[in-house]
Design a protein around this ligand. Structure first.
Ligand SMILES: Nc1ncnc2c1ncn2[C@@H]1O[C@H](COP(=O)(O)OP(=O)(O)OP(=O)(O)O)[C@@H](O)[C@H]1O
Length: 227
């Protein structure tokens, strides 16, 4: 079995802008991501990083090209099959945390299991263990508004890893945090991915954070380059 978990081939994506003109964002982007490796993706604002990530995660459809998970072409699958693929293979961390305001830290983490229909007693202990690993053993009952930005992002990281995803997509996870907190969160994300054997695709504008991953990718002129 190949250790290539995600393959993106000759990906093209154009959008129609409100004035009717066509914006060609991705112009033949390729990527091979292998099990357990970490890769950062940089690029100027508007280069198409989020678009690329969304297509890789089947959240958006490409204009042309192929998206393969574990060797299976997935970009033409039904919405329900793509949703199943997402809950089984992928974890997400966003700049804005995306926690549910009405749920406490533990419940937010467990929400990932509810979505994947894998909620049971074992999941509760795993959620607690992960929250301990990210240093939040005394914050499990806190609501999002009772936590700092760094704490909220650690909850989001715990939620992303709960279902043992093959790949974590992190889109500017430190964008709302100060430099030191960002660094702590970054280290925690990298450590957790390593311990859990999850690959990481990290979108970041911060070159210092980008250097902490084993591969450094740049999206330029609609294509991906390895640095
Ligand atoms: N649904 C859409 N309709 C029209 N244009 C879009 C749409 N989504 C994205 N775009 C355009 O595609 C380009 C790439 O956007 P994207 O969000 O992928 O960039 P990015 O590299 O992630 O930028 P940033 O670093 O600022 O977040 C932008 O010029 C954006 O305006």
């Amino acid at each position: 079995m190949s250790s290539e978990i995600l393959k993106i081939e000759n990906l093209k994506k154009s959008f129609k802008s409100p004035n009717g003109s066509v914006i060609e964002v991705l112009k033949g982007a390729d990527l091979s991501l292998f099990k357990g490796e970490s890769a950062s993706l940089r690029g100027e604002s508007g280069a198409g990083k989020t678009t690329f990530l969304n297509i890789a995660a089947c959240l958006e459809t490409p204009s042309s090209g192929g998206v393969y998970w574990d060797g299976l072409k997935v970009d033409g699958l039904s919405n329900s099959k793509q949703a199943k693929l997402r809950s089984g293979y992928m974890g997400f961390v966003f700049q804005s945390y995306c926690l549910i305001p009405e749920l406490n830290a533990l419940e937010n983490v467990l929400f990932a299991a509810r979505i994947a229909d894998s909620f049971n007693k074992k999941t509760i202990s795993r959620a607690k263990e992960i929250l301990e690993k990210v240093g939040l053993s005394d914050r499990m009952g806190h609501m999002p508004h009772q936590m700092s930005g760094g704490e909220r992002q650690r909850v989001a990281i715990a939620r992303a890893i709960l279902n043992r995803p093959k790949v974590i997509f992190a889109d500017e996870p430190t964008g709302n945090l100060d430099e030191n907190t960002g660094l702590e969160v970054m280290d925690m994300l990298l450590d957790l991915c390593e311990v859990e054997g999850a690959a990481l695709l990290l979108i970041t504008h911060n070159p210092d954070f980008a250097r902490r991953t084993s591969r450094n990718l740049v999206l330029r002129s609609g294509k991906i380059f390895e640095e």
